[in-house]
Design a binder for this molecule. Sequence first.
Ligand code: ADP
Length: 169
Amino acid sequence: MATLTLVRGDITDQRVDAIVNAANSSLLGGGGVDGAIHRRGGPEILAECRALRASHYGRGLPTGKAVATTAGRLEAKWVIHTVGPVYQVSGGDEALLASCYRESLRVADVFGARTVAFPAISAGAYGWPMEVAARIAVETVRAAETEVEEIRFVLFDEQAYAAFAAQLR
Ligand code: ADP
């Protein structure tokens, strides 16, 4: 079973095998975590995302799915892009948010990543209440069968950190 750890900080600073991106279905960049990853990781990541759009994901990456690219200049081997549900649009569909964590870990296993950093998917621009997002994140990774050894949640602010810490207790 993977060890769950919590860090308050910036996900682009993490030295892990794979960093999970709270992407949007276009895979072509956005704000929040997505913007930070592309800024720090450099153009190689976007180039691979464009190639994915030109091949497998012509209509974009569906909500709840995950796909890996290079991590470019980040201190990681891969970025795993996943698309969380928008809270209002999905009606708070918990299964879709859980799918993001499960699918990201599945992709991590395919690539052989042993350490994976996750942000609080869908808890920013996509509008999920932090407490709910944290509960689903922790429940889902705890229940997942994976070869990943460390699952690190990287929370940007004190409120997010506290919400995840409450779930780990
Ligand atoms: P989404 O669109 O899935 O809601 P966001 O990127 O808007 O994703 O936000 C998800 C969470 O990540 C929010 O809690 C936000 O504060 C946090 N966040 C934003 N930038 C970073 C970063 N560089 N590292 C870690 N967490 C971040």
